[in-house]
Design a protein around this ligand. Structure first.
Ligand SMILES: Cc1cc2nc3c(=O)[nH]c(=O)nc-3n(C[C@H](O)[C@H](O)[C@H](O)COP(=O)(O)OP(=O)(O)OC[C@H]3O[C@@H](n4cnc5c(N)ncnc54)[C@H](O)[C@@H]3O)c2cc1C
Length: 431
């Protein structure tokens, strides 16, 4: 069935950034026709629902801090005041550092603390007392020496950090958007953006170089959709729409995987007192190899990932597959040294998705790339935890405003995460 349509705003992609943007646009412009199209049969089926769902306000860059901190406050509001069950649990983020690593980060940590971020520092002895499963010292362990493992001398705990169910969050935005009269069409794939002359002459070969052009909507698998403004929120696939008309998505796709574990031998990770109100191990980042994991309270399992940046190729994959041998041959050897409770355990489940990485400053992009076209993306592995701020900034850009008001009232200069007048610090706390 062909459905040629018209709308005021066309949002391409029902991931977390498309839905958050669509929702805030509709809140601010209730009379505008806002239409989201998504090629899959439901929301979040790209990378959003594959996320680990972790959030933190501990960032080196002020920009990332503002984006995440206000979004976390919004999550708390959605769950506690508006009654959406997002399975939000403030379990904290715990970075385990050797003395050398700790002193390397000390300046950044001081800056983070000066913003009022709730950080606690624990010394080796305190960590051992609280987390009996953790090995802090590898003295005399030749294998650990071969692996180049750092001892654990300090733990830095961010308390306004934790875990949320990304799928529930996506569905929450979908519901709020639909309640306002927003429209979503699933199973509709955008084939190309329509670049049209401002004044159409109806001549073959338009637009010509002398004509003023704008993006007038999109051609889809179900027909043409004309829109006054088009918002590309197609995640790692954004380049497929932008590049054919000469626009740059400022990101590249890279695979990330999650391995999950469920075993009685991991019960100690769910019995850790004094680090959060849930009595569990926080989301924990090991001092070596970019390995991190969190206890997933909803299912009593552990979700583990690895920031394997160097050596992991860039490249868009339609259906990235997890590699069990990557766990067994790589991650396992490091993990089991710090947490021997994982010995001989194999993942019970695993999946893979892709990050959309802006390698220059690891910070998202919201920009009007062409007349009547806005792009929101390059979330660089933290699109869930920054989604609300990014949706508000997209809506402010659409409204032609210089500043967006984030949840909680802080103001944010829209051009700071644009391209033309970008003004962000490079992120020093990357996972
Ligand atoms: C394994 C993994 C773990 C992660 N962990 C975290 C975490 O702990 N915390 C965090 O904050 N972030 C995390 N992330 C990152 C986070 O998931 C992303 O930043 C976020 O989901 C990006 O949202 P998005 O809306 O840009 O993209 P997506 O969710 O991918 O949405 C884009 C949508 O556009 C649709 N689309 C694309 N092209 C077209 C087209 N031509 N026509 C119609 N529809 C189209 C896609 O189908 C998709 O649904 C993780 C990511 C992965 C892969």
């Amino acid at each position: 069935m062909v459905m040629n349509m018209e709308c005021d705003v066309l949002v391409i992609g029902a991931g977390i950034l498309g839905l958050s943007s669509a929702y805030h646009l509709k809140v601010r412009h209730p009379n505008k026709r806002v239409l989201v199209v998504e090629r899959f049969g439901g929301p979040g089926q790209g990378n959003s629902a594959k996320s680990e769902g972790a959030f933190r306000n501990v960032f080196g860059s002020e920009t990332n801090y503002l984006l995440a901190d206000s979004t976390i406050d919004w999550f708390i509001h959605l769950q506690e005041d508006l009654g959406y069950d997002l399975k939000l649990a403030k379990i904290g983020y715990l970075w385990l550092f050797s003395e050398k690593q700790y002193s390397h980060h000390s300046e950044a940590l001081e800056k983070i603390r000066s913003r009022g971020v709730d950080l606690a520092v624990f010394k080796r002895g305190e960590l051992s007392g609280k987390i009996p499963d953790l090995v802090v010292d590898f003295e005399g362990d030749e294998e650990a020496e071969l692996l180049g493992l750092e001892p654990v001398d300090f733990g830095v705990l961010g308390r306004k950090c934790g875990s949320i169910d990304a799928d529930s969050l996506v569905r929450c935005y979908e519901e709020m958007f639909l309640k306002l009269g927003g429209e979503i069409r699933y199973g509709v794939e955008v084939k190309r953006l329509m670049l049209k002359p401002e004044v159409e002459l109806g001549l073959p070969g338009e637009p010509f170089i002398w004509q003023d052009v704008h993006v007038a909507g999109a051609e889809t698998s179900r027909g043409e959709i004309r829109a006054e403004t088009t918002i590309v929120a197609a995640g790692v696939w954004s380049g497929r729409l932008l590049e054919p008309i000469g626009l740059d998505p400022f990101m590249r796709a890279k695979k990330r995987q999650i391995f999950t574990f469920k075993d009685p031998r991991l019960k100690g990770l769910f019995q850790v007192e004094g680090l959060n109100e849930h009595g569990v191990l926080p989301f924990t980042i090991l001092p070596k190899a970019g390995v991190y994991f969190k206890p997933e309270l909803t299912e009593g399992s552990v979700w583990l990932g690895c920031a394997d940046n160097l050596g992991r190729r860039f490249g868009l994959e339609e259906d990235p597959q997890p590699e069990e041998e990557y766990y067994t041959n790589n991650i396992y050897h490091v993990l089991v040294k710090y947490f021997p409770c994982f010995r001989d355990l194999r993942p019970v489940n695993m999946w893979a998705g892709q990050y959309s990485i802006n390698s220059l400053d690891q910070t998202p992009v919201v920009e009007a790339l062409a007349p009547d076209l806005i792009y929101v993306g390059a979330a660089s592995g933290s699109g869930i935890m920054k989604c609300d701020a990014l949706g508000r900034i997209t809506a402010a850009l659409y409204a032609g405003e210089k500043e967006a008001e984030l949840y909680g009232g802080k103001r944010f200069r829209v051009s700071d995460i644009g391209i033309e007048r970008r003004n962000v610090e490079r992120e020093s706390f990357i996972i």
